[in-house]
Design a protein around this ligand. Structure first.
Ligand code: CAO
Length: 428
């Protein structure tokens, strides 16, 4: 018999993540890969699998705790046969975060727990307030949520151990404020009984949709968006792309328009550094980034994910094409780790393979701008006295108007379309 510590995997980021559920209890006998806790970061939720089989001795974390890479989650008593099995797999103890996945059963448990807390707390949140929000026990994720919702932590009674304020407490408090009319009515929408109008059926939102929905709503409501439209003449770019694809096909590589747009964006971001920036916490300074990490919106069965291709300025078109395939496939197979979903300095949402003439993408905070790409189409362009067919790529640039002026956005768009209209510009 031996006691083993089961720890969190490498998140690939310095940021803490929050424990949202404990999926086992002391005395449980678990097998290798059994999910033991659920964690939630800014961008993703994940179930952490056990690296060993054995009996759970002691759970070392609580719901609401912020944990970082290598934190001990629980201790496990492993039997002799388990030890032998584990020994052979010893080198793999740096467990990868289990892919983001939907666990219907645990999800419904969580919902029930949240509801219980809400009903218990309704009309009952008058407590002895802490002197300041800093003195309140709360993890970084909860503090951030409270900041984003504009509520003060010292008004909230924590339901966690030692009155720690949990995510549910902040949500319940906000809900209570809305119900009491203390928050602007735009925060709450009226309830509609749809069966008054005909037959209906309920389809639960996927876990990814619920999570990304919260962030999309927050970003859309809290960032003043303006969208600048443009069209790039990609006739020569596309002719080159089609020609290159003939030889690349033998290597099983396909060059789409997207890697060209990424390269053109790097040039435009270098020329307009305010687009490759974030506002600091006080919204008083711009944090200008010297790196170029591109968030790419990927459409998956369970909703939208935005993995990040790092250092796109150091990569060639083929590298980018290959990385796009790998990353979007990992997103669709739910294999992304939180590290792969963090750190973007600018983002792209491409609906070009599907269709449409334009859309207004929502900024992927903390970025200050996002580029939407729609489907390229032939259009008659008036040139030297007559119309010629040119392949045009519709672009839509949503930007944070607190950071970027309309005139600068229009200049950025002209720069970007100029880069794309003649790819020799990218060599300059
Ligand atoms: N105009 C015309 N054709 C386009 C195009 C465009 N703008 N963009 C892509 N295409 C073509 C490609 O050339 C490819 O053609 P072939 O199959 O003939 O070679 C085809 O469409 C499929 O491209 P793709 O989608 O596989 O590759 P991509 O590099 O263009 O995009 C990715 C990769 C991951 C961005 C994409 O697959 C995806 O998931 N897009 C959806 C993103 C999304 O949902 N955004 C909305 C967010 S807000 O809800």
């Amino acid at each position: 018999m031996a006691i083993k510590n089961i720890t969190t995997p490498d998140f690939g980021s310095a940021a803490d993540v929050t424990v949202t559920q404990i999926l086992v209890k002391s005395g449980d006998v678990i097998c290798v890969d059994a999910p033991i806790v659920s964690l939630e970061s800014d961008k993703a939720t994940m179930d952490i699998p056990s690296s060993d089989a054995g009996t759970v001795k002691e759970i070392k974390v609580k719901v609401g705790d912020a944990v970082s890479t290598g934190a001990v989650l629980l201790t496990l008593e492993v039997g002799r046969e388990t030890v032998a099995k584990t020994a052979s797999a010893e080198h793999s103890t740096t467990t990868q975060a289990q892919p983001i996945k939907q666990v219907e059963q645990t999800q419904s448990i969580q919902t029930a727990t949240t509801k219980e807390r809400v009903s218990h707390r309704e009309g009952d949140f008058v407590t002895k307030p802490a002197e300041s929000a800093e003195e309140v026990h709360a993890g970084p994720g909860v503090r951030r949520l409270a900041r984003e919702l504009g509520v003060s932590l010292n008004e909230i009674q924590g339901s966690g151990p030692k009155q720690r304020v949990l995510r549910e407490d902040v949500e319940a408090h906000t809900q209570n404020q809305v119900t009491r009319g203390a928050v602007s009515p735009i925060m709450s929408l009226p309830t509609v009984n749809f069966s008054d109008f005909g037959a209906t059926e309920l389809e639960p939102l996927s876990r990814i949709k619920k999570l990304s929905g919260k962030y999309l709503q927050r970003n859309w409501m809290l960032i003043p968006h303006v969208t600048q439209f443009g069209e790039a003449d990609i006739t020569t770019l596309d002719a080159y792309r089609v020609e290159r694809n003939i030889t690349l096909k033998k290597q099983n590589i396909k060059l789409t328009i997207l890697p060209f747009v990424i390269k053109a964006l790097v040039a435009s971001l270098k020329a307009f550094p305010h687009f490759n920036a974030s506002l600091d916490a006080a919204s008083e300074n711009l944090v200008l980034k010297k790196y170029f990490h591109m968030g790419i919106a990927v459409d998956t069965d369970e909703g939208l994910l935005v993995p990040v291709i790092k250092n796109v300025n150091q990569k060639g078109l083929i590298d980018l094409a290959e990385e796009l395939v790998v990353l979007s496939e990992r997103a669709r197979q739910k294999q992304l780790t939180p590290g792969e979903l963090q750190g973007s300095s600018f983002s792209i949402s491409s609906l070009g393979s599907i269709g449409g003439t334009g859309f207004t993408p929502i900024i992927n905070y903390p970025d200050v701008a996002i580029l939407g790409i729609s489907q390229a189409f032939y259009k008659p362009i008036y040139e030297e006295g007559h119309f010629v067919p040119r392949l045009m790529l519709p672009l839509s640039l949503s930007y944070d108007h607190r950071v970027i002026d309309g005139a600068t956005a229009a200049r950025f768009m002209v720069h970007l379309t100029t880069m794309l209209s003649d790819i020799r510009n990218l060599l300059l």
